[in-house]
Unconditional design. Structure first.
Length: 455
């Protein structure tokens, strides 16, 4: 997408086709003139943020009755003069209006161009622009909250704090470099620099570590449903999803590969993975499926271990081995058969719940246990959780470069080398928002404003 084209006036359908209404968005320097040419509203003469009834016409024939909303720069989504035309949702009407606009100086917007213009015009930074896509794709309460937090500038605010700390650290180093030959000047010693660097590193590490949680919340928290054959795993999956998603049969080994689907529990998306039954078998295909069961356990955040009788020691050993401390919910199925017994071998980090997958008995209690096992953090408007792989990659690189700074301070590396590594840290963080590079003038101003450079 060429920046040169950002001065064109663009138009596009802003709503999905097929509805009762459709909105066409026009943005750019000639937006008012283009819209005024196809309707009776003189957009350049009306007040900003006002809505007007009008007829869309091709000069001889009325195409539609519509509502026109006018936004004046810079108070619009793109920061440009913009107009939104609300028409009836007929494909013919919408295509005809777009055709008329293009005949009067507009061109069709390319994918993402409105948000790109918002970024270029300072309405959004890169992280906020990416949050727009996440907001559109959000499917539950938590993903909506994460996207809204990022759109409101949650990540940008955290990075602004880091930038201020980096500015202070950079200024201290520059002060050391520029005035180190003056004995009568006071500047920070290496201990203070190292403490500040460690503070910044701790902040970056916290953000990077939140990525695992962010990905789980965004993609769905993986829950593996495991157990021996014919214990009711596929029945439980179907019960949880309220859909016949998996094949249920009395034949042992019916499920030979993992089956995945998602459901929402209290506003959080969980990704359930039905697996092949664990048993001794000579069937090579089934053996592959059982190996994938163990892999699913190792990749899951929560393990549902279905049993309908006391498991043999081999099964217990394999489950504990592959679960490796993950929350383990032991689900004693087929309670309708009256075969419930206390589990005689307590397993750390586990709990026991009795259900009937066939009849739905105690399923709400199981869902509650799954939600609690996920240990979802209580999210506030100020919490920042990284969900974007690009942001995570930048944070990891910043962490690596900052580690060199910390090591360099420990072994008394020269300030010019440390300054270069600090610039790399800042560059890595700047990639996340596309803004925030520290300039030499800003460093100099910070030195004289905040530090004592003479007695």
């Amino acid at each position: 997408m060429s920046v040169i084209n950002s001065k064109d006036t663009i138009c596009a359908l802003a709503t999905a086709p097929g509805g009762a209404l459709g909105i066409i968005r026009v943005s750019g320097p000639d937006a008012f003139a283009a819209v005024s040419s196809v309707c009776s509203v003189r957009c350049e003469c009306v007040a900003a943020n006002t809505v007007h009834y009008t007829h869309i016409t091709d000069g001889t024939e009325v195409i539609d009755e519509a509502m026109v909303t006018v936004f004046r720069a810079p108070h619009s989504y793109t920061g440009e003069d913009s107009v939104e035309i609300s028409c009836h949702g007929s494909r013919y009407i919408l295509n005809k209006v777009l055709e008329l606009l293009m005949q009067n100086g507009c061109r069709m917007a390319t994918p993402g161009e409105y948000t790109m213009r918002a970024y270029l015009n300072g309405k959004l930074d890169l992280s906020q622009a990416e949050a727009v896509a996440d907001l559109i794709a959000s499917t539950n309460r938590v993903t909506h909250h994460l996207a809204m937090s990022q759109l409101r500038g949650g990540i940008s605010s955290q990075l602004a704090t880091l930038r201020e700390q980096l500015l202070k650290l950079t200024s201290l180093l520059e002060l050391e470099l520029d005035f180190s030959d003056h004995e009568d000047l006071e500047f920070a010693d290496r201990t203070e620099l190292q403490q500040l660097a460690n503070t910044i590193n701790h902040h970056i590490t916290q953000l990077a570590h939140s990525f695992e949680t962010g990905q789980a919340l965004k993609q769905g928290i993986p829950v593996a449903i495991v157990g021996k054959t014919n214990v009711g795993k596929s029945t439980l999956l179907n019960r949880l999803l309220n859909d016949e998603r998996a094949i249920v049969s009395d034949i042992h080994g019916t499920t030979r590969d993992t089956i995945e689907d998602v459901m929402d529990i209290r506003g959080v998306q969980f990704r359930f993975i039905d697996t092949a039954g664990i048993r001794q078998t000579e069937d090579q295909v089934e053996q592959i499926g059982i190996q994938r069961t163990y892999q699913a356990i190792e990749k899951a955040r929560i393990v549902l271990w279905l049993i309908d009788e006391h498991p043999i020691e081999t099964e217990i050993h394999q489950i504990i081995k592959h679960a490796q401390g993950r929350p383990l919910i032991i689900v004693w199925n087929k309670s309708d058969l009256g075969n419930i017994h206390n589990f005689p071998s307590p397993i750390p980090n586990s709990q026991l719940i009795e259900i009937s997958a066939k009849y739905g008995t105690n399923i709400p209690a199981l869902e509650q246990a799954i939600y609690e096992a996920a240990d979802i953090p209580t999210l506030t408007d100020t919490d920042v959780i990284i969900t974007n792989a690009r942001h995570y990659d930048s944070l990891i690189r910043a962490q690596q470069n900052l580690s060199r700074v910390i090591n360099g301070l420990t072994i008394d590396t020269s300030g010019d080398l440390l300054s270069e590594d600090l610039r790399l840290v800042l560059s890595d963080l700047t990639e996340i928002t596309g803004k925030g590079q520290i300039t030499p003038t800003e460093v100099l101003g910070n030195i004289f404003q905040n530090f004592c450079v003479g007695k």
